[in-house]
Design a protein around this ligand. Sequence first.
Ligand SMILES: Cc1cc2nc3c(=O)[nH]c(=O)nc-3n(C[C@H](O)[C@H](O)[C@H](O)COP(=O)(O)O)c2cc1C
Length: 311
Amino acid sequence: MKFYFAPFHGISMRIFRGIFFSHFGGFDAVVAPFVAAVPHSQLKPSYFSDIYPLSDTGPLIPQIMGNNARDIADTAAYLYNLGFERVNLNLGCPMPKITRKKRACGLMPFADEIEQIVSRVCETSPVKFSLKMRLGMYSAEECINVLERVNNYPVDEVIVHARLGVQQYEGTVDRQAFQHCCQMCRLPLCYNGDIFTQEDFQSVTLQFPHLHAVMLGRGMLQNPFLLEEIKGNSIPAEEKNRRFVNFHQDLTNTYLQYYPCQAMVVCRLKELWKYFYRSARLSEPQLQQLLRQQGDEFLTATCQLAEKSFI
Ligand SMILES: Cc1cc2nc3c(=O)[nH]c(=O)nc-3n(C[C@H](O)[C@H](O)[C@H](O)COP(=O)(O)O)c2cc1C
């Protein structure tokens, strides 16, 4: 069983990854947040500044988004030549401003177009190409149609977040529909969605014993020790607290060093505290109060909260 860290656009960017994975390792691969596929003439290393030069945070899989087969194939081949053995295509982002343009999850109802993309990438480059999709934009039949089309190509793997695009992040994952994917998919399959505890992981792997991999997302942001716990490591609360405080200090200091103004640091940390607040056992109203704070007041409050985490 392999473990992947999910991409979080605006959160799991270069600096975050550098710090997070120096404190909480153990993933077989990390998928980077998406960049748009662009025509060949626009491809240059600086366009991939979030991922290039290759960092030493373990195997990183760049993710691209688009709907033009030629641009996607050119971008994937370019990344391969930059040294990335694997490239992932985003078919899961549900944001209306993206799906409206028939990108990401908005492409899921168009299985033929996805097949054209996969065919072109596989024909033109030795890159290991994987897909990260939802069950569909509107219906779980969409992923079945897509799997039927791509099963015959040498796709590296298929990662399925077991929700529909129209659900955004609401409601529950549809494990029955994912079961159908398992039956249909002849490619290595990775499960993603709502694994927040060791018990969630056990129940997923019990129900789907032939998974190639599991991808952890928000569960890792809420509890950075989740992977270690899944792997059977029981960590005393004091140790979790000490490690989380160290991580949080390291992250805050590094953000302050790299970002040009404190407001940007506060903005980045606020996105994270929407997940971290659980480790400090804050209620929702307390979180909202925290998010209203600015500048030094916010930075001091989060340092104090980190001290209370996990105990
Ligand atoms: C703020 C945010 C940003 C995300 N950015 C990306 C992204 O760039 N690419 C992608 O494939 N998925 C993205 N996702 C989806 C996650 O990678 C993951 O599939 C989703 O959160 C479900 O997994 P989880 O329940 O384990 O969190 C994002 C999710 C959130 C909440």
